[in-house]
Write a protein that binds this ligand. Sequence first.
Ligand code: HEC
Ligand code: HEC
Length: 319
Amino acid sequence: MFINIFFLLVMMAVSVLFGWLARRSWKTRNTFSKWGGRILSGLLSVLVGFASIATVIGMVKSYTPRTAPVPDLKLAGTSEQIQRGEHIADTFCTSCHSVSKELPLTGGVDIGEDIPIPVGAFVSANLTPAGPLKDWSDGEIFRAIRNGIDRDGRGLFVMSNIRGRNLSDEDLQALIAYLRSQPAVVNETPNPLDQPNILGFIMLGIGVLPSDQPLITDVITAPSKGPTVEYGEYILSYQDCRDCHGENLLGGVEDQLTPLGPNLKVVAGWTQEQFIATLRTGVDPSNHALDPAKMPWKSIGRMDDEELTAIYLYLSGLP
Ligand code: HEC
Ligand code: HEC
């Protein structure tokens, strides 16, 4: 934080300096250095000035506290809930909150490293009872997953932009019950977890990095779990398939920050068994091996037959 403010002040000073040089070069008698110096210093002054303004906008966006009510939860913590919560964690949250992409959820993974531009560090939290959540209420954990706000009211950059916010109220409660029931595994993580650098603030300021999604305050209900198109649609509402495969799943767009996923209409030409086998083995019906560093088939493939069938039904019906 202080280093960023220091850089911001340096940029502002440099901008003023070039502005002054531009004026000053006007006074020289040599026509070449008069015009050359003026244009060059002027341009640099404007450029660095623009970057400083973008940085300030990015910082304001990033440090403006986010507010949303903390729901008053009374968790039963039944064994069904814990099981369901473990399943969602294992097929989704582990992709970022676990070094081995499998349980336990000890965090410590820097998601910033997956972004092709160096925008800073965004380190996932230790979600086991050895991490900060042991001091949070159930409602505060609910709010962090649903609306990307931490216990102190700070916006959580990654959490406020992922689709996990669309998990149903019931599934979120199951997740919290599971998080509480895990064994405590110590793993120190930085505080704060988000450490954007100057470039990160500039990107945020000019809107290349997304800023927080609108708050959700309504109750979210899921269709009952089963091999149906509706349930497939629900799974795709909280999983991140669209971040890589495009909003309509017909293929990602060039220059997106995530790996470019192909058009998923291809699935319509596969049988249900072929689809399930592809996500369980990482090899598709044409014998092409999927790169696990780009396509997270290992965690997706841990979904049960009902869930994978539901996704298959949804994808094979894509318009
Ligand atoms: C795309 C990667 C990603 C996924 C998927 C993800 N998280 Fe996170 N999570 C992060 C990062 C990074 C942070 C650190 C703050 C930030 O940038 O959001 C974080 C922070 C959190 C926090 C706040 C902890 C604190 O100490 O402030 C909670 C709670 C949390 N995640 C729970 C979950 C749960 C539960 C899931 C699964 C439903 C999940 N996350 C899925 C990346 C992810
Ligand atoms: C982080 C980006 C990313 C996410 C998230 C992601 N995919 Fe992919 N997916 C890819 C990429 C990249 C490929 C191509 C991999 C390769 O060919 O090595 C791919 C390949 C596939 C294929 C195989 C296509 C073929 O013709 O072989 C299927 C099916 C698929 N993804 C489905 C899904 C589903 C369903 C989800 C969500 C549950 C999902 N993907 C989430 C990036 C992603």
